[in-house]
Design a protein around this ligand. Structure first.
Ligand SMILES: Nc1nc2c(ncn2[C@@H]2O[C@H](COP(=O)(O)OP(=O)(O)OP(=O)(O)O)[C@@H](O)[C@H]2O)c(=O)[nH]1
Length: 396
């Protein structure tokens, strides 16, 4: 396995010139040696997509996490975003007031956790729920499946209907949580029952157009990461384009399966269109853990970060499969499943990866440009507005 330190390959890449690159197919590739190890290069540092740019908050999905007391909200947040081990969540203290926490500094995923104890009143004038729901993309409501869920269902109904009135575009996601304590039959029965009751309540209120999505989750396996991945994916407007790019990338490189990961959370924000197998996903998560852990222990120099643009790793499994991880942006990594014989053409994969990386930056840049021009337009409009004495304002 290559450690995620400064690689010779990367230096070669930076020297390359690559203005008119297109993804190459196996048939285009010739004898397989001429472009070994990405000699065709990659873009310079200044072109690397910077998600810390103020405009880029617009490409990040914003999510609220709500639910009754002790349903598992803080645990979900700690396990998914702070690498806390599930057993440690047993010692988390309960939150007594509304508690808001932003998870946005080190990840592609930008969301707020709202810990709502059961007694909070949506009709309380001091509680500005309109402000909360207006800028929200998804609302995750966590229900403890090991507890009596009737009160949770009533709270879900109130939350969803209040949110929908303010912002009908919110995606409503229900996590039927702590299912590790249920048998397989019981899981399905609980999901069916919750689904039925929640939708009946909406029909009774004449709000059948509200769509609720349900997920069975637990912090003791990867189901919480998978569910979060699906929630986040729905909020990424560029998803069809990303999927398309990944499809082109794998079909031209002889790759079996590929995931685009948010490294900090291990949420996959896109994959190719072949079905996702849970074990494959788990292996990718484990690989990211290994890379970050090894990098933290042995790879850090000075004030460096465990994941940077030189990060890459190759792990050969004993079943003729190779796992290949490469950095895409500050927050995102690509993890590929490649057969050993296809990995012999690593140069092709690297070259196509470079094209993919460039395309992905262009996809996000388009949105940033649109947002910039909108902001510029609204500023110009404001400055052109008539002044109090009736004369038109002079644009600055
Ligand atoms: N078995 C099981 N227990 C879980 C799971 N997720 C959380 N828990 C446990 O549920 C308890 C409550 O979790 P918290 O994360 O504190 O719940 P919360 O919703 O943040 O609670 P408040 O802060 O009171 O609103 C803890 O003891 C967790 O260990 C899960 O997936 N399975």
């Amino acid at each position: 396995m290559s450690l995620p330190g400064k690689s010779h390959e990367r230096q070669q890449e930076e020297e390359g010139d690559d203005e008119d690159d297109d993804i190459m197919g196996v048939s285009d590739y010739g004898d397989g040696d001429s472009f070994m190890d990405g000699e065709r290069g990659s873009e310079g540092d200044d072109e690397v997509l910077d998600f810390t740019d103020p405009f880029s908050t617009e490409v990040k999905p914003r999510i609220l996490l709500m639910g009754l007391r002790r349903s598992g909200k803080s645990s979900i947040q700690k396990v998914v975003f702070h690498k806390m081990s599930p057993n440690e969540t047993l010692f988390l203290e309960s939150t007594n007031k509304i508690c808001r926490e932003d998870v946005s500094n080190s990840s592609f995923v930008n969301f707020q956790i709202w810990d709502f104890p059961g007694q909070i009143d949506f009709f309380d004038p001091t509680f500005d729920y309109e402000m909360i729901f207006r800028g929200t993309g998804a609302l995750i409501f966590v229900i403890d499946s090991q507890d009596d869920y009737m009160e949770a269902l009533a709270r879900l109904h109130l939350t969803v209907t209040s949110a929908y009135k303010v912002n009908p575009d919110i995606n409503f996601e229900v996590f039927i949580h702590k299912v590790d304590g249920l048998s397989d039959d019981h899981k399905i029965e609980t999901q069916r029952d919750i689904h039925q009751r929640a939708n009946d309540d909406l029909v009774d209120a004449g709000l059948e157009k509200i769509h609720l999505s349900f997920y069975l989750t637990s912090i003791y396996d990867h189901s919480i990461f998978e569910a979060f991945s699906k929630v986040v994916q729905k909020l990424i407007p560029q998803l069809p384009t990303l999927e398309n790019l990944l499809n082109i990338f794998i079909s031209n490189s002889g790759i079996e399966k590929v995931f685009l990961f948010d490294v900090v959370s291990k949420i996959y924000i896109a994959t190719d269109s072949s079905p996702v197998d849970m074990q494959t996903y788990e292996l990718c998560c484990d690989m990211i853990d290994v890379v970050i852990d090894i990098s933290c222990i042995y790879g850090l120099e000075g004030a460096g970060t465990p994941y940077d643009k030189e990060s890459l790793a190759i792990i050969k499994l004993n079943n003729t499969t190779v796992l290949y991880l490469k950095e895409v942006t500050k927050f995102l990594a690509l993890v590929c499943f490649v057969r050993e014989e296809s990995f012999e053409r690593k140069g092709l994969i690297d070259y196509n990866f470079h094209c993919f990386r460039k395309a992905i930056q262009e996809v996000f840049e388009v949105r940033v440009k649109v947002l910039r021009s909108r902001k510029h337009q609204s500023q110009t409009k404001k400055s052109r507005r008539a002044t109090p004495n009736g004369t038109p304002g002079v644009p600055l």
